[in-house]
Design a protein around this ligand. Sequence first.
Ligand SMILES: [Cu+2]
Length: 330
Amino acid sequence: MLPIQTALPLCEMLAGDVFFPQQASTIAPGVDKLFYFIFWVCVFFFVLVVGFMTAFLLKYRRKENFDASGPTHNTLLEATWSVLPFFIVCYMFYEGVIGYMDLRSAPESAYEIKVRAKKWAWEFTYPNGYSTNELHVPPNSPVSLLMQSDDVLHSLFIPAFRVKMDVVPGRYTKLWFDATVPGKYDLECTEYCGEKHSEMLAIVTVHNDRSEFDAWLAKASDVFGPVDRGEKTLAQVGSELALRKGCGQCHSIDPQKSKKTGPAWWGIFGEDHQFVDGTSAKVDENYIRESVLKPTAKVVKGYGGNMPSFAGQLKDREIDALIEYIKTLK
Ligand SMILES: [Cu+2]
């Protein structure tokens, strides 16, 4: 079974070659070219060195009447095997530096998307303030990611783009790419960050053109439009928000009250809940609001206070929608 959230068909995941997935960004061909250059240089010298070693081993093995005299030094040969590799590694270094500079300096015109990494989900915030757990980008234009971590060290990796950068708590890190092939690609966390590290995945969608991307963003960020037009209920929007904001990573919503990092949501509205400090309260609108904005105010008995605060990340109407949604879970 494929891991959750990687909805990619197997054939797409396997496109590419033995070492790499498909090349889908401007820098991917250069990275692969350098990798294969180094790889084949290594293969060549491995075969050469081991070949001569084996041949000499046989030819000059110790025999009766062994004569150890004879030349032990050949200046031309020694100069050649020192100078030639020197130029080869210089070329590797040169290509490496050029590639590194390219990777590190985003063009000024890059479209900036903010990234928050948290145990164990990605959140992408677009320039208009809309945020979601999927990365959507326009094709053939530079996109830069300004990344922050809410908790521990994570690392963002998009194999098809050949880009990877640590996401470090307490500082911003940056990464950029220019996607060349429309389609869907995997995005992974590539720094072990705890129990569910391997489920910290997302999908990158490269749109067919800029206007398709703009249309997607306009539609996706109009969260309450469908409610105002009477096409959706507030609770339906709440269920989408719970998905997008990653609440479901820690809270189950099934009647069996499956165990996750946080308390199950099924049937909690109206219940009396006990807290670690011995107090208790009824689960109502104000309690849920407080749980979302200030999770440490009342920590449910039996749980660690490890819910991240969503203060500043959820608007009042979004919290309303989440409350309406939790009410329906019964
Ligand atoms: Cu991680």
